[in-house]
Every structure is written in structure tokens, then in C-alpha cells.
Design a binder for this molecule. Structure first.
Ligand SMILES: [Zn+2]
Length: 168
């Protein structure tokens, strides 16, 4: 596979992992020219994981899109790229388990997984993503969200974010 960093085609597989009952395989690779490590995925063509939007439109699940969304949320925050990648991996694995034979997950489910991950990772990034994802239309909604975050802290018995339905 072509190294994303130096374009060399020589690499070695350092780890293979079977996902979702063997319908997908994740391979961790290392470029033999520059040592850069990257991940490749292999899945059966008819097993393409689809994301169902609230409008009922479907689009293929995209790691790149997920990664971009996360990167935007953590912009200028001290979050290492490796951590982003491991969140993407984790969400993709959860998605494949969630989808099972149907090969479909809802965009809402996916957004909630991202919110959960960001909530644990970085509160600023969480609010950034939430403001886009939930389409806050006014300052009041934004403040309500901030208040929710601050009240979860140290409030025993409060079980994390309740992700409200999003209007597409
Ligand atoms: Zn390379």
C-alpha cells in the first residue's frame, strides 16, 4: 500500500485484526522507507457499512470524514493525532458491531458516539462538535449546553450527556 507520508509502496504489516465476525480486517502497517505507521481496512464489497441520515438518505461510512470532523473539533487543542486515530478505530469497531448483518447505522447514533468520545477527551472539543452537530441556532442553546457540562461534573447519579434528537 502507498505510504501516505512518502508515497513508497513498500510496507510491512505489523498487526492484523479481524473485526465484526470476520467481515472486515484492519491492518496496521509500517512503511519500510520512512517508518511511518498507518492503518488499512479490507472489507467485503457488499458489506460496505452505510450511514442512514435523518432524511433517510444513505451514504457509505467514511473514516476520513469521521477523522476530519474530530480534527476540526480538537483544532488547536493539545490532542495527539494518535488519539484521534484510536477514537476513529474504536468508533468504527462499535459501528460494525452495532450494524451487524444490516450493515447500517444511523447518523444520529454515530454523532452520539463522537460526542461521548469527545466528552471524555476534551470538553472544549466536545462543545465545538456539539454546536455543529446539534445545530445550535442561538446563544441560549449554547449556554444551556455549557451548563449541562458543568453540572455533570461532580454530580453523582447524573449519567452523562443525554443526546437530544437533532434536526436535520
Ligand atoms: Zn513512508
Amino acid at each position: 500500500m502507498r505510504c501516505p507520508l512518502c508515497d513508497s509502496l513498500e510496507d510491512k504489516v505489523i498487526e492484523s485484526r479481524s473485526l465484526a465476525g470476520g467481515s472486515s480486517i484492519r491492518r496496521r502497517r509500517e512503511c519500510l522507507a520512512c517508518g511511518y505507521r498507518f492503518t488499512s481496512y479490507e472489507r467485503l464489497e457488499d458489506k460496505q457499512l452505510m450511514v442512514v441520515k435523518r432524511s433517510d438518505r444513505r451514504e457509505p461510512f467514511s473514516r476520513e470524514k469521521l477523522e476530519k470532523g474530530l480534527e476540526q473539533a480538537v483544532r488547536k487543542r493539545a490532542v495527539p493525532q494518535l488519539q484521534i486515530e484510536s477514537i476513529v478505530n474504536e468508533i468504527e469497531e462499535q459501528a460494525m458491531l452495532q450494524a451487524r448483518a444490516g450493515n447500517e447505522i444511523s447518523s444520529e447514533w454515530l454523532g452520539d458516539r463522537v460526542l461521548d468520545a469527545l466528552y471524555n477527551l476534551d470538553r472544549v472539543a466536545y462543545v465545538r462538535f456539539a454546536s455543529v452537530y446539534r445545530n445550535f441556532t442561538n446563544v441560549a442553546e449554547f449556554i444551556t449546553e455549557i451548563q449541562k457540562i458543568t453540572s455533570w461534573r461532580g454530580a453523582p447519579g447524573v449519567a452523562g450527556p443525554t443526546h437530544e434528537k437533532r434536526q436535520d
